[in-house]
Every structure is written in C-alpha cells, then in structure tokens.
Design a protein around this ligand. Structure first.
Ligand code: BGP
Length: 479
C-alpha cells in the first residue's frame, strides 16, 4: 500500500512489488538428457532426431545439459540468480512411459519430486509446464495432436501430475506455445515435422485448446478446493505493428491469426474462434475445393468448455514485427504458416536493432504495448511473462547485448506495472544454454553458459546472470 501511495503521489515506482516473481525457464527435452534412463518412454522428439539429421549441428538432446543427473546444480544456479521462481517442464513420457496412466513411472515421480522439493527448500516457487513439446511417441503413432482423443489423454495425464505434485506446485502451465505445437509441428519446423498445416495443423489448433481446457477443468473440479493453484496456457506471440497506416487492418488480422487463434477461445467473452479470421480461413478452404472450414468448428458445448479456462495470461514474448499487407499469392510463408492465408509479410523497422537472427528485432516497447493490448482486449487482470530472452551464436561470457535486452525489457515491465497492469512475474529464457530445437546447440540463450564438451557440463554465469541477480536481489533495475 505504501509503495502504491508513493508511486501515486510522486510518480513512477522504481522497485518491483514484493509479490513479483523473478524467474528463469527451461524445458525437459532441452535440458534433461537421460532420454532412456529408468523406464522413460520415447518422445516424438527422440524419434524424430534419432532417425533424421535436421538440426543445424546434427545434434540431438540425448544428453543435453544432463539435468536428469545434475538437477542439484540447476537448483544452485537458480539460487545464485536469486530467483524466487523457476519454470521447468515435465516430460510426459518420463512420467507415463506408455503415454497413458496405466503405469506411472517411479523413476519419473522421484526425479520431479526431488526437483520440486529442492526448489521449495531454497524458497523458489516451481512453475511447472505440463507439456513442452515432447509428446510420447506412442501417442504420436495414434495421430498425436490431430486426434481429438488427445484432449482426454492430456486430461488424464494432467490428473496424474496434480495428484503427484499438486500439494507443492501452485503455478501450472498446461501447454507451452500451441502455435509452435501446431503451426510449427505441421509446417516442418518442429516434431512431428509434418507438412500438413492445412488439415492436420488446423485440427491441432482445435485439439490443443480442448486439451488445455480438459486439464483446467480436471483441476477446477478435483483439485482447486484442495490446493488453490493457478493455471494457464503459455502463448508465444510476436507483437505486431503496422508498417504504414494502410496496413492497420492487416495488422489487426495478423494479431488474430497468431494471437487470437489461441487466445480468443479462452479469454474473450464470446469464446470460439475469432469470427473474422474464421470466415477468411473458411473462404480459403472453399476456394481450394476442400469441403471443410480450415478451423474445425467448435460445438456450443465445446465453446463453453474452453471459455474462461485461465487464472492468468501466460505470455512468451521475444520480439516485435511490422506488418505489411501484400497479395496473398506473393506472401512469404515464414516464420509461421499463415502469411499466405491472410496476405501479409513481416518487415523490420530500419531504426530497430536486431539480434544475430535477422528477424529478431529489438523493440522493448513492444512488450508494454502487447501487455496493454491483452489487458484491453480480454480484460485479463493478471499476466505472467513466462518467457523472454535473447539469442546469440557465440559463447561469450561477457554478453552485454543480452544484458541490455533484459534490462530494457524489465524497464517496460516496470512501466506496465506503473500503468496499472498486474504483471505477476518475469521469466528469462533461458536459465542456461541448452538444446535449442532445430538450431541444436548453436543458439545460446543462457544466463549461464554450459560447456557441452566438459565431462560435468559445467554451468558458468555470464555477465547477464550477474546483472539479473542484482535485479532480483535489489528488486530494482540498476542504473
Ligand atoms: C520458445 C520456446 C523455448 C525456446 C525459445 C527459443 O519459443 O518455448 O523452448 O526454445 O523459444 O527458441 P529458438 O530456439 O527457436 O530460438
């Protein structure tokens, strides 16, 4: 209250509120290794990379950061950073080797239980992602995210997790980035690496939403009154701005295509697909002679089932792009399928700097603008930034650009809080270098560098880690 009064009377508050969560994130397949340890089942990423050479450095994540063995060191790292929250994911096939709850792995149970207890002992809240892309291969063999039964399978898996860990985990992220699961997985960018966006990808769109909702409803009905946890699905979005005023309408549509498709069914008052987008996509499939609309319609019961399944908005934010309206025929198809559907291209503002990856524009104000958009559009009063980070290709410990990126993003978070948006926390991707999907170990995002050639995969703090720990300790951004 005192800080609110001070900020109200004397301008901007420069410290983060006492309840604010400072975190860093990782994901099971990217760090754990131990791909065949204990009785773990095979995941679709295991299968994909054991049988194809598709990563930039021909690598896979059989060992990765070996967090399966080195989890105690990971907890120390989180502590050194002064985190009060660590976001990690549970590997579905490590807990349920067959994909189904007929057999719960003792080994998997012990592994995550130890990790959660170890974090809590150090005063660090676990924020647990239930699915960060490593689907049991057994379920992929049954059609994976294109099979409507996956909503039930995911609900059953969720029940196992809530039963095992619900007494200790208060923040759950059901799915990480449905956009990457569907638009990536069915557009040859991620496992299962299919080229089937127009049918499989859009089926996936509906099923991820139903699966998320199934997990949310299980918690609501069977666990909420016991554990009082908070759940959400983490959406990844570029923030979009028009290149010129003539691109305003195209930008609104782009926001619907990449943000609304996954958010409108959950957060809007009406529920269901964003109407304008649904119409355009249905016309596109008609034009091609496909008898069904691209976005599979929800029944009225499904709309109600999905609507309102959130306790906060979980946002993975990395960058901002300018939208240019173009002829759909001439639109590019990168980074995600969809540009051709709605007739847009993405461009960089020439005044913005970029990271090593040329599409990764640095425009920190975009984060605050996106937080305002979410708040205004959906009236959500709590948002957690579940990922934000800076890619680089070199191993340098003196990572000034990453440090500056995090600093300027945190400044925007503080401004948003001062604007009255309840930002619950901020999470750096990533706590340490790891296996970055199709770029293998080439792209570095870590606050800590990992020496992948050393026998004990040494974790060493970068300059950005020192900076971030000074923020977490002082709860303010050093000048
Ligand atoms: C997010 C994913 C993370 C991580 C990060 C960096 O979208 O949730 O798992 O990989 O992006 O992505 P990339 O390695 O594709 O640059």
């Amino acid at each position: 209250v005192f800080s609110a009064v001070v900020s109200g009377c004397f301008g901007q508050n420069e410290t983060f509120p006492t309840w604010f969560l400072f975190g860093a994130a990782t994901a099971a397949y990217q760090i754990e290794g131990g791909w065949y340890a204990g009785d773990k089942g095979e995941s679709m990423w295991d299968r994909l990379l054991h049988s194809n050479d598709i990563t930039l450095d021909s690598s896979n994540a059989d060992v990765a950061c070996d967090s399966y063995h080195l989890w105690r060191r990971d907890i120390e790292v989180a502590k050194e950073l002064g985190l009060n929250m660590y976001r990690f994911s549970i590997s579905w096939p490590r807990i349920l080797p067959s994909g189904f709850p007929n057999q719960v792995s003792e080994d998997g149970k012990k592994y995550y239980s130890n990790l959660i207890d170890g974090l809590l002992e150090k005063g660090i809240q676990p924020v647990v992602t239930m699915y960060h892309w490593d689907l049991p291969q057994s379920l992929q063999d049954l059609g994976g995210w294109a099979n409507p039964l996956i909503a039930t399978w995911f609900g059953d898996y969720a029940r196992v997790l809530f039963t095992l860990f619900g007494d200790r985990v208060k923040y759950w992220i059901t799915l990480n980035e449905p956009l990457a699961i569907c638009d990536g997985g069915y557009n040859k960018m991620a496992a299962p690496f299919l080229d089937d966006m127009k049918i499989g990808g859009y089926l996936c769109n509906k099923h991820v939403l139903l699966a998320h909702a199934a997990a949310y409803r299980v918690y609501e009905k069977e666990f909420q009154s016991l554990y009082y946890g908070k759940l959400s699905m983490a959406n990844v979005f570029f923030w979009f701005k028009p290149e010129k005023t003539t691109d305003d309408e195209a930008t609104k549509l782009a926001i619907q295509m990449w943000e609304g498709r996954y958010a409108h069914p959950i957060y809007s008052e009406s529920g269901g697909w964003p109407p304008e987008l649904e119409k355009i996509l249905a016309e596109n499939s008609k034009k091609e002679g496909y008898p069904y609309p691209r976005l599979p319609p929800f029944t009225p019961e499904e709309i109600e089932f999905v609507k309102g399944t959130y306790d906060f908005y979980a946002l993975n934010h990395y960058t901002t792009r300018l939208v240019r309206k173009v002829d759909p025929e001439k639109a590019g198809s990168w980074p995600y399928y969809g540009c051709k559907e709605i007739g847009v291209d993405f461009v960089n503002d020439p005044t913005w700097k970029t990271a090593v990856i040329d599409w990764f524009a640095i425009y920190p104000e975009g984060l605050r603008e996106q937080l305002h958009w979410i708040n205004k559009t959906y009236g959500v009063d709590q948002v957690m930034i579940t990922e934000n980070g800076y890619p680089d290709l070199n191993d340098d410990l003196f990572d000034v650009q990453r440090m500056t990126y995090i600093k300027t993003m945190l400044q925007q978070v503080l401004l948003a809080i001062n604007d009255g948006i309840h930002v619950m926390g901020y999470t750096v991707w990533s706590m340490m270098d790891n296996f970055e999907w199709v770029t293998g170990y080439k792209t570095k995002y870590g606050l800590y560098a990992v020496d992948f050639l050393s026998p004990n995969l040494t974790r060493t703090p970068r300059e950005s880690a020192r900076f971030y720990s000074s923020v977490t300790k002082g709860r303010r951004i050093p000048k």
